[in-house]
Design a protein around this ligand. Sequence first.
Ligand code: CP
Length: 302
Amino acid sequence: MRHILSADQFSKTQTEEILSLAAQMDKQCHKGKIQKVLQDKIVACIFFEPSTRTRLSFETAALRLGAGVISAENAAANSSSYKGESIEDTARMLCCYADAIVMRHPKEGMPQAAAKVSTKPILNAGDGGNEHPSQALLDLYSIKKSLGRLHGLKVAFGFDPLHSRTIRSLAQMLTLYKNNEFIFIAPKGLHLAEDFLNGLKAKGAKVRLTDNLPEALSADIFYANRLQQERFANPSEFEANRKKFVITKQLMAKAKAKILDPLPRIDEIEPAADTLPNALYFEQAQNGLYVRMALLRYALDI
Ligand code: CP
């Protein structure tokens, strides 16, 4: 059994193993011949924070592989956590029913706390502004599928690195690969903390900040993300900054970069741009299914 808690936990070899398994899952799905290797397993999905893609793609992944699914959506209100049950006791209970536990929580460190007492693999589906490892793996898969490599890339990240767990996790995972350069673009006050940026540099990545959107769009990949409204202490700061940077159809049409976005989108990409050939974000979300099929197999060692 393997917990999936952090982007930082993976070696390059393990990452390649998961991406290769995801490619097999991708092929099996397209051929319509999926091996039901999780037929006798139950996957629990417990989400204390809203989700469309992560929860439903993990559930689809489990079902496609033949597993059963038990699901607690809106768990903050509808599970016994509402009555004051601890995350550790919640995890102990889920271990009685399921073989793997997919957990999202608005508070940083909760899936990690659950993993300390869990006898079944915990898959972190996002903990506050901290980590989103399954998203980082599907982002890597999407980049590799599109560009054929994960090294020697210029990757721009916008527009809320400070609060974005997807940006933090992807940037960390890209440091497994050589000669990558990161460009961060954000309104003032929304850049990553200096110590996180220094950590990326210490792992060999070139890092710089910019406020020039057309220049950032000349990277190989532009990883856009909405301002994370739910993590702003001051709502007026969110409102003041939410449209500071917008990738319009016109800008995307001129961009060299392939555009990724973990979604949901709010203002960061104009919907009119969605039909352009470098708009990869819906395909990226589709790749989430294959990567999460691979992750369930990896976590259960099947
Ligand atoms: N990318 C992502 O985590 O989306 P959801 O919040 O819809 O799961």
